[in-house]
Design a protein. Structure first.
Length: 89
């Protein structure tokens, strides 16, 4: 259980950083928000890949699930950025 949580946080951090690299421009957010949005993107990616598309566990690295997770996290980063920019104006 603890190992799964730590693994999810690590993958979430990687996905969050990759999502921020995909989104153009500068995002004013810290590393905690990056990890949280990355974890949320990873969970959305796992849900879309496993639940909606019906793909379960695959052997090796599941690149499509990673791409879906990064895309979901990028959308979350865009949403967070747009919400924080409006509140600062």
């Amino acid at each position: 259980m603890i190992g799964q949580i730590i693994t999810t946080i690590i993958f979430g951090a990687v996905i969050g950083v990759l999502a921020r690299l995909v989104v153009p421009g500068k995002q004013a957010m810290g590393w905690v928000v990056t990890v949280v949005l990355g974890v949320a993107g990873a969970l959305i990616g796992y849900w879309v890949w496993g639940g909606l598309l019906g793909q379960g566990d695959t052997r090796g690295i599941d690149w499509i699930r990673w791409i879906i997770s990064i895309a979901a996290a990028a959308v979350l980063v865009l949403g967070y950025t747009s919400m924080t920019r409006k509140s600062r104006a």
